[in-house]
Unconditional design. Structure first.
Length: 367
C-alpha cells in the first residue's frame, strides 16, 4: 500500500513538473522572441520601407522563420532558466522537502526534468538538421533582397583543389558576373607538373555548364617533350562551380545534415580552408542536445534546496553558469580554428567539463 501511494505521488509529480516546465519554457521563448523581433524591426524598418518589403513576406518569410533559429540558438539557456525557476518555486514552498520526505529519491525527483530535457534536446536536433536549413532559404533571400546583401561579391587570391591532381588559382573572382581573372590550372602526375593552363579571364557559361577561357595559354609537358597552345577563347570542362569560389561564405544555415556532410567531404578533397568551421558546425548540431540534459541536472541540483537568497540568487547563479558554458564553447571554437584543436574536441570539451560539474552537484544535492 505504501509503495503504491509512493508510485501515485511520483506519477502526479511527473505530470505536474512536465506541464509546468514545458509551459514555462515555451512561454519564455515566445516572449523573448517577440521582444527580439520588436528590436530587430525597429533597427531594420527604414531599409524595409525604402526597399518596399511586402508585409506578407516580412511576417511569413522573415520573422516567422526567425523563431526556430532563435529557439535553436538560445534554447538550452532558456530551458536551464526554466528549470531553475520551477525548482526554486518548489523549494520556496517546501514542496521539494515534502516530496523527498515521502520516500521519493532525488534521482526519481529528477526524472521528469530529464525526460523534458531529452524531448527539447531532440526537438533541437530536428530543428538544426532538418527544419532550420529549409526555413532559412526564404529568410536569407528576403534579407538579401529587402535589407542588405550580407555576402561579398568580390574574392581574391583563391586556391581550390578540384581533384587530387588538379589545383586552381584565381587572383580575383567577381561573384556577380561569375568571372575570374588571372586564372591558372595546374595538373600533376606523381607530384610533377604535367600541364599548366592559364588565362586572363574565365567566364561561367550557365547554358553549357562549363567555363570559357579568354586569352588562354596551355602548356603540356611529357618528359622532355613540351606542347604549347594559345588562343583567344576556348571552353574548359572542369569540376568547378561558381559557388566554389565562395569558400568563406558557405551558408551552413541552409544546409541540412546530409548536405553539410557532402560539403565537408568536398572541401576536404579540395583542401578547403573552411573544413574546421564546417566540422564544428556539424558536431554542434549533434552534441548540443546533450547541453539540455547537463544543464538540467545542474539546475535541479542547485535550486532544489531552499536558500536564503531564494529564487533570485538561484536564477543569478544559474544564468552565470549558462553564460560561462556559452563563453567556453566560443573559446574552444576559436582554438579549433586557429590552434588546430580537433573540431569534435572543441565541441565536446565544454560539455564534458560541465558533465563533471553536474555529477559533483548531484552528489551534493539534498537527499
Amino acid at each position: 500500500m505504501k509503495n503504491r501511494k509512493k508510485y501515485l505521488v511520483a506519477n502526479i509529480l511527473d505530470v505536474y513538473i512536465t506541464k509546468k516546465l514545458l509551459a514555462t519554457f515555451f512561454v519564455a521563448v515566445a516572449l523573448i522572441s517577440m521582444i527580439i523581433i520588436v528590436f530587430d524591426l525597429s533597427e531594420k524598418l527604414d531599409d524595409f520601407i525604402s526597399n518596399q518589403a511586402p508585409i506578407k513576406g516580412l511576417i511569413f518569410d522573415y520573422y516567422l522563420n526567425f523563431i526556430p533559429h532563435f529557439l535553436n540558438m538560445f534554447g538550452y539557456l532558456f530551458f536551464f532558466i526554466s528549470v531553475v525557476f520551477i525548482c526554486s518555486q518548489l523549494a520556496s514552498r517546501s514542496e521539494t522537502v515534502a516530496v523527498l520526505s515521502s520516500g521519493i529519491s532525488f534521482m526519481r525527483f529528477l526524472r521528469p526534468f530529464i525526460v523534458c530535457a531529452i524531448f527539447v534536446g531532440m526537438l533541437n536536433l530536428w530543428l538544426s538538421n532538418v527544419l532550420i536549413p529549409k526555413v532559412n532559404v526564404p529568410k536569407l533571400e528576403f534579407e538579401k533582397t529587402y535589407y542588405r546583401n550580407p555576402y561579398h561579391n568580390q574574392f581574391y587570391n583563391i586556391h581550390i583543389q578540384t581533384a587530387k591532381d588538379k589545383q586552381v588559382y584565381v587572383q580575383h573572382y567577381n561573384n556577380t558576373t561569375a568571372t575570374g581573372f588571372k586564372f591558372t590550372l595546374e595538373t600533376f602526375d606523381n607530384k610533377q607538373i604535367c600541364e599548366k593552363i592559364s588565362a586572363d579571364r574565365i567566364i561561367y557559361d550557365s547554358i553549357a555548364k562549363d567555363w570559357v577561357m579568354e586569352n588562354y595559354h596551355i602548356r603540356k609537358i611529357d618528359g622532355l617533350k613540351e606542347m604549347i597552345e594559345t588562343g583567344e577563347s576556348k571552353h574548359l570542362n572542369i569540376d568547378l562551380q561558381p559557388n566554389d569560389f565562395n569558400l568563406n561564405q558557405i551558408k551552413t544555415e541552409v544546409l541540412d545534415y546530409k548536405q553539410l556532410n557532402e560539403v565537408i567531404g568536398r572541401e576536404k578533397l579540395r583542401g578547403g580552408s573552411v573544413v574546421t568551421e564546417l566540422e564544428v558546425e556539424k558536431y554542434q548540431r549533434l552534441l548540443n542536445p546533450f547541453a539540455y540534459i547537463i544543464l538540467t541536472v545542474i539546475g535541479v541540483s542547485l535550486s532544489s534546496e531552499k536558500k536564503r537568497g531564494g529564487m533570485g540568487l538561484n536564477l543569478a547563479f544559474g544564468i552565470m553558469l549558462a553564460f560561462s558554458l556559452i563563453m567556453l564553447m566560443k573559446m574552444t571554437q576559436v582554438f579549433a580554428t586557429n590552434a588546430n584543436l580537433p573540431a569534435i574536441l572543441a565541441v565536446a570539451l565544454p560539455l564534458l567539463l560541465y558533465s563533471i560539474i553536474a555529477i559533483v552537484l548531484i552528489k551534493k544535492a539534498p537527499k
